[in-house]
Design a protein around this ligand. Structure first.
Ligand code: NDP
Length: 479
């Protein structure tokens, strides 16, 4: 039986990148996938999400365009069918690109579910079931597990007294919905909850965000999150924090249709047509045969790896969301690059994600790089520069007749290490809520990577008129 140098289980962003790089370094490489090529990011996450964010952003632009002189926009309407069809076409294009890339680099793609069945004479055996071909088996010297994660179903985490968890959907189906629910309740206070609540709200659903505690987006700067929350409320999302859900039930509404009722502690119950549970994700490790070969998992079910992505079993590696690293596509891709250089190109580098730009594509978007104010203060003295402003586009629209609301204001925050002379400290964090925030923060990330000082920002000539220039002109601070 032929022996593969490298068998990758999972053809998401990380797995595909690892397989293609390994093959390009000369390793005989196979990748096994039971679903569409591209994984969560391409098929159920980042890409369809961003397309739906774009779709939602147009709703306000029709009104705004009129204020900028455009006519003939009255009577517009939105078709979810059309958006879904266009999205599916785009995903097919991306899947085809992935397949073509694998073929070009000499990676063999196997369809089906993989299970590691044993190890003999230095090679692992991997069974593949349920694909187009009949059951097959591969032998490989090394295995990479890049199976990613899946949404946590409410029914499995609600607790004993909790009922009706099965009435809540998960994010995998949001971009498959055939009609827009009139009333949506989104459970959770993380990335997916804020992004999906913003999308439903922008497309026209009456949207409630229900979160169990008072802090949204726990790992982001508190002030920035508060600004985003106020803006989401101003844009129409009913945000209910510190709300504990007791259970869900199915009811018949007055007009005879089915609706879902949410019972909330110390509050009136809430009725809606669609409940989305966005309460975190879990690693896809089941049915891979990991326990039988001895791959150790942590208490959250994630594969434990060392700094070289090696699992507890020699020859089995893991990257991306199936491990304890941040669940972000670019992280999995960078890990794939580092791992394959180490395994097949003689490198001994260690993965470094000291500076990690992140964005939540809510409406308005939040983006962040470096330390939050809370994290920075834990490390010592700081200077915090803040700016809140109405971007030119929104202020012009306001002059033309509409009111500026909290939803139109942007907020920027820059954190300088304190101690020395003003401006001489390293920039520890940059955060933004508002138009173009993810684009602006991505472009600032190299400044933090090279440990730029606040003075370096001050010395740069501003690019006027932009929103980004505010980061170069911040003078007032608090300590
Ligand atoms: P997150 O970890 O971001 O947030 C989970 C949320 O669910 C938290 O607010 C948490 O509350 C709440 N929660 C957890 N358990 C329960 C429960 N039993 N009942 C009620 N609420 C609960 O998870 P997401 O699912 O939003 O996203 C998963 C990951 O995917 C993200 O962390 C991110 O890494 C990645 N992602 C990245 C995106 C991007 O880059 N733009 C977009 C989407 C996802 P509490 O704070 O109280 O624990």
């Amino acid at each position: 039986m032929e022996v593969w140098d490298f068998c990758v289980i999972g053809a998401g962003s990380g797995g595909i990148r690892a397989a293609r790089r390994a093959a390009s370094y000369g390793a005989k490489t196979a990748v096994i996938e039971h679903s569409a090529l591209g994984g969560t990011c391409v098929n159920r996450g980042c890409i369809p999400k961003k397309l739906y964010v774009y779709a939602g952003s147009h709703s306000g632009q029709f009104v705004e365009a009129g204020l900028f002189g455009w006519r003939g926009l009255e009577g517009h309407s939105f078709s979810l069918d059309l958006l879904r069809a266009q999205k599916d076409e785009e995903l097919s294009r991306l899947q085809a690109l992935y397949a073509a890339g694998c073929a070009a680099d000499g990676v063999s793609v196997f369809r089906g579910s993989a299970c590691i069945t044993g190890r003999r004479e230095g090679c692992f055996s991997i069974g593949i079931a349920g694909g187009n071909d009949s059951q097959q088996e591969l032998r490989a010297r090394r295995i990479l597990i890049a199976t990613g994660g899946e949404p946590l179903p409410l029914a499995e985490v609600g607790g004993e007294a909790f009922t009706g968890g099965e009435l809540a959907s998960v994010s995998d189906i949001v971009f498959e919905l055939e009609s827009l629910p009139a009333r949506v309740v989104v459970l959770g206070g993380g990335y997916i909850a804020l992004e999906c609540a913003s999308i439903f709200n922008a497309l026209g659903s009456r949207t409630t965000l229900l979160h169990r505690n008072e802090v949204l987006l726990r790992s982001f700067d508190r002030g920035i999150v508060k600004h985003c929350l106020d803006a989401m409320v101003a844009r129409g999302v009913d945000c209910r924090l510190s709300s504990r859900l007791l259970g869900l039930s199915s009811k018949r509404a007055k007009d005879g249709s089915e609706e879902i009722q949410l019972d909330i502690e110390e509050c009136a119950s809430l009725s809606c047509d669609f409940v989305l549970a966005a309460i975190g994700r879990r690693a896809c490790t089941r049915e891979l045969g990991l326990a039988a070969v001895g791959v150790a998992l942590d208490e959250r079910g994630k594969i434990i790896t060392d700094e070289h992505f090696a699992s507890s079993v020699d020859g089995i590696y893991a990257i991306g969301d199936v491990t304890a690293s941040p669940e972000l596509t670019p992280i999995a891709i960078r890990q794939a690059e580092v791992l394959t250089r180490c395994l097949f190109a003689g490198s001994d580098e260690v993965f470094d994600a000291r500076v990690l730009p992140r964005a939540v594509f809510a409406s308005p978007a939040i983006a962040s790089v470096g330390l939050s104010e809370e994290e920075a203060r834990e490390q010592g003295s700081v200077r915090v520069y803040e700016s809140r402003f109405v971007p030119l586009r929104a202020s012009f629209a306001a002059r033309s007749g509409t009111r500026v609301s909290a939803g139109d204001r942007s907020m920027l925050k820059l954190i300088e290490r304190g101690g020395g002379a003003v401006g001489s400290g390293e920039v520890l964090g940059c955060h933004m809520v508002g138009a173009d925030a993810p684009e602006i923060i991505q472009a600032l990330a190299p400044a933090l990577q090279v440990r730029a000082r606040k003075k370096d920002f001050d010395d740069v000539v501003a690019l006027h008129p932009t929103n980004a220039e505010e980061f170069m002109t911040m003078r007032d601070f608090r300590e």
